[in-house]
Design a protein around this ligand. Structure first.
Ligand SMILES: C[S@@+](CC[C@H](N)C(=O)[O-])C[C@H]1O[C@@H](n2cnc3c(N)ncnc32)[C@H](O)[C@@H]1O
Length: 403
């Protein structure tokens, strides 16, 4: 790269980091100094060769591998998501699960001279590519391993930060056994169709969360892969059900949108652009028959549905009745109200129930959830009060500490 290109790349990199810092400030968050320094140092363009500098410094993910059917299975993650997850915890001996090279280089900067970074990916194409990019960018001391990270990478080493950069449905025992006693596990965990990146630390025999943020990731492959199930509701609208926890029958819901739409106002408002992902998990914890509804743009443009978020709006199912959170309704200049919609024989009651739980969350002080991850054999009597779900390797509980 010539001097002029290097200077241009540096300028674009600094502009991107300025935007990341401002974006976090708007959400009341700061970017830790070591993360900011790493983002201003690592040349992202060297990890996505072949794209223009402008694309390399756009605030978006860059897909690096697709399956034959076109589904994205590997990418260099979006800078805002990387910054948010690195903002959840830093460490000195770090294991990254899911490699792209770029995040591993940032982690290497953060770990410092006496630290270490190992990155593991299940796909040899990805590790070969990451190895080559890391070497070219001067990060030859990052260890790159090709393996299924569902299992321990090698017996022995423990890490004070394990950062998972692939969508997980469970917390396999290996992630806990490889974590130091005071280490942090940052993991994008999907529960009831919603993915949140949780920063978890040990407390006694279990892990407890210290922060969470909404995110999306390509799903885990290998032994830890888990499939969801789509229940079609109408043209371009589906319920997304996860594995074991949602035994919902889609048959009675066929044609549900043809029925009259009942609406219920919640009276709960948020400023423009400040829709809360904590509310989604509150609704999952408190509304019977909870599920996530996904709508294609055509279904929204055609007027079939008007959800609060097309890629996963909170919904509930009661027999032949479907309720969901509607698009935020503008009530003042920069003020938007949560609303509930429902169709079906019990529509009026279902819309009221959903709106009522939005009000209950507001009355509770708009709390954020805490996630507890317990060993799979923990008896019910030892779990805290909250929404408890049994996964393959662990039991998770969402609790609602007073805001
Ligand atoms: C979003 S990419 C990782 C992005 C990367 N950390 C970066 O620097 O931007 C997710 C990666 O997880 C990998 N992956 C999926 N299942 C895995 C598993 N069981 N073990 C290890 N890696 C896995 C995929 O091959 C994919 O490359």
């Amino acid at each position: 790269m010539n001097a002029e290109t290097t200077t241009h790349a540096q300028k674009l990199r600094n502009e991107l980091v300025d935007k990341l810092v401002q974006g976090r400030e708007r959400r009341g968050l700061t970017l830790p100094a070591d993360v900011e320094r790493a983002l201003r140092t690592v040349p992202r363009e060297l990890f996505i060769p072949g794209v223009s500098l402008e694309e390399a410094y756009a605030n978006t993910a860059v897909v690096t591998k697709r399956r034959e059917d076109g589904v994205n299975i590997s990418s260099v993650s979006a800078p805002h998501l990387i910054a948010d997850m690195l903002g959840q915890a830093t460490g000195h001996h770090i294991l990254e699960i899911g490699s792209g090279g770029y995040n591993a280089a940032l982690l290497r900067e953060i770990a410092g001279p006496s630290g270490s970074v190992t990155t593991v990916d299940i796909d040899a194409d990805v590790t070969d590519r990451a190895r080559a990019c890391l070497d070219a960018a001067g990060y030859a001391d990052v260890e790159v391993v090709c393996a299924d990270a569902e299992f321990e990478i090698e017996p022995g080493p423990r890490y004070d930060l394990i950062i998972v950069t692939v969508g997980a449905w469970d917390v396999p025992p290996a992630w806990i056994s490889q974590l130091t006693d005071d280490g942090t596990l940052v993991v994008p965990l999907r529960t009831l169709g919603m993915t949140r990146s949780w920063a978890l630390k040990r407390t006694g025999d279990h892990l407890i969360s210290h922060s969470n943020l909404s995110c999306g990731f390509v799903p885990m492959q290998g032994a830890g892969a888990s499939k969801g199930r789509e229940v079609p509701l109408g043209d371009g609208v589906n319920l997304w059900l996860t594995e074991t926890h949602q035994d919902i029958d889609g048959a009675p819901l066929q044609g549900v949108f043809a029925a009259e739409r009942h609406e219920a106002s919640s009276g709960v408002t948020v400023p423009s652009g400040r829709q809360s992902s904590d509310l989604d998990l509150w609704l999952a914890s408190h509304v019977p028959g909870f599920a996530v509804m996904i709508a294609q743009t055509s279904a929204i443009d055609g007027g079939l549905v008007d959800p609060s978020w097309q890629y996963g709006t909170p919904a509930s199912v009661h027999g032949a009745t479907l309720a969901y959170r509607g698009r935020l309704r503008q009530v003042a200049d920069a003020e938007f109200e949560y609303v509930a919609y429902a169709h079906g024989p019990d529509g009026a009651r279902a819309a009221d129930e959903l709106a009522g739980q939005i009000r209950a969350w507001d009355r509770a002080g708009r709390p954020a959830p805490t996630l507890h991850v317990f060993p799979i054999d923990t008896p019910d009597t030892d779990l805290p009060e909250g929404l408890a779900l049994t996964k393959r390797h662990c039991r998770v509980v969402f609790t609602w500490p007073a805001a």
